[in-house]
Ligand binder design. Structure first.
Ligand code: F3S
Length: 405
């Protein structure tokens, strides 16, 4: 049996809601048929991508075409980070022709009625789905957070497709939109003692390599774990593997009290020890702390709490000559940080806050940088190949100490 559309969905396909929505629905239906979906699901919000580093010229053409056809989002749609920091791209060596392509994307995004949030942590800036709500989110770290921490439901929506969901309010009902696909399938016993901030992305990295696309259930995580820790764990697990949902009994909503295996049994049981976590930190580290030229923090984008922590660590210190600290965050967190006096402390110390942007998806000029230090498992996974640098994966404290006096 093929995909069955409702009357409303048919009307979109017939062009009754405009040509852009018709085109978008055509894509959604083709995808639904390719994946064997029986129906479409209504989505409450979209997290889309319009960074030129991922969409390239084809993406610019696609979004501009939809905008020129009069496309308008029918559900709230936030945006992943931009490939340029909008206010200071020229200071950072980004070629004007590259910036121009990103600006065209930004213009199209606004014309389409998307919310130009430019952050990978939309759940910290107002795009907060409720438990059980269906959404269509691109950005693997945000997908992990939505599914696991918020208990919303989303597949890993491809970058160019998310806008189709925003214009139609629909996505094929496949994968994680279905109850039966949300059960845990492997049990991971965390036997590493108390976990510090940097242990969570390290654990996430291990999780991704072991779980691949399966759904891990983590036993042994303290109920005190913070949302930021879970954010950093999920981002790393979606980098080394394709983990889009994990459960933590007593912590994450689908495993608060119920059985995360839905009555089944885990196909695999494994344990992660302190030694595994330390070994992962070493594997991701290819450079020396004493050689660090640039510290990159905020992948995924730092929350206001993480910004505050970093400001406290930097208070009274100075970035050494020839060294840099870049902190990526949302514009909203940056504004709150300014109101709290934190931006002043960060700038006084010599750190640079690059809001709405990130190094992984940017051609920011890092000429002369040979070694980067980061506290992010995701950045540790991507930066060495994206920017051909050596890497040190370590705690925020050590990152900061390595380039300050
Ligand atoms: Fe966000 Fe960029 Fe990291 S999009 S998750 S800061 S790679």
């Amino acid at each position: 049996m093929g995909l069955v559309l409702s009357e409303y969905e048919h009307s979109i396909l017939e062009g009754k809601k405009g040509e852009a929505a018709r085109l978008a629905m055509e894509v959604i239906v083709a995808l639904g048929n390719a994946f064997g979906a029986r129906e479409l699901v209504k989505v409450a919000s979209v997290q889309a991508m319009a960074h030129y580093g991922s969409l390239h010229d084809a993406g610019v053409d696609w979004l501009e075409r939809l905008a020129s056809l009069g496309g308008r989002c029918c559900v709230p749609c936030t945006q992943d980070p931009s490939s340029i920091p909008f206010h200071c791209w020229s200071d950072l060596g980004i070629p004007p022709e590259y910036a121009d392509k990103q600006m065209r994307l930004a213009k199209a995004v606004v014309a389409l009625g998307e919310i130009p949030s430019w952050t990978c942590t939309p759940y910290y800036v107002g795009n907060v789905p409720r438990f059980g709500q269906n959404v269509a989110w691109a950005e693997s770290s945000a997908v992990s957070f939505a599914n696991s921490v918020l208990g919303a439901r989303t597949e890993r929506v491809p970058a160019g497709l998310a806008v189709c969901a925003a214009l139609t309010g629909r996505i094929p009902r496949t994968g994680l939109y279905l109850d039966e696909n949300r059960a845990g399938s492997i049990l991971v016993k965390v036997e590493a003692g108390p976990l510090s901030g940097i242990d969570y992305p390290a654990l996430g990295y291990i999780l991704g390599t072991k779980a691949g696309t399966r759904i891990p259930v983590l036993d042994g995580i303290s109920a005190d774990v913070t949302n930021d820790d879970l954010k950093n764990l999920g981002a790393a697990a979606a980098t080394s593997g394709s983990v889009a949902l994990y459960h933590v009994p007593g912590v994450t909503p689908e495993a608060l009290t119920g059985d995360p295996f839905h009555g089944g049994r885990p196909s695999v049981e494994l344990s992660v020890t302190r030694r595994d976590i330390e070994a992962t930190k070493q594997t991701l580290t290819t450079g020396c702390l004493s050689d660090v030229d640039l510290v990159v923090l905020g992948c995924p984008h730092y929350s206001i709490w993480e910004l505050q922590r970093t400001a406290l660590l930097l208070a009274g210190r100075k970035v050494r000559l020839g060294r840099r600290i870049w902190i990526h965050t949302s514009a909203e967190a940056e504004q709150v940080a300014a109101r709290m006096g934190l931006l002043e402390i960060l700038r006084e110390a010599g750190a640079t806050v690059l809001a709405q942007n990130c190094l992984v998806i940017s051609p920011l000029c890092i000429k002369g940088v040979r070694t980067i230090a980061t506290d992010s498992g995701k950045a540790a996974g991507y930066l060495p190949c994206e920017h051909r640098v050596r890497l040190v994966f370590t705690s925020t404290e050590e990152c900061i100490a390595s380039v300050t006096e």
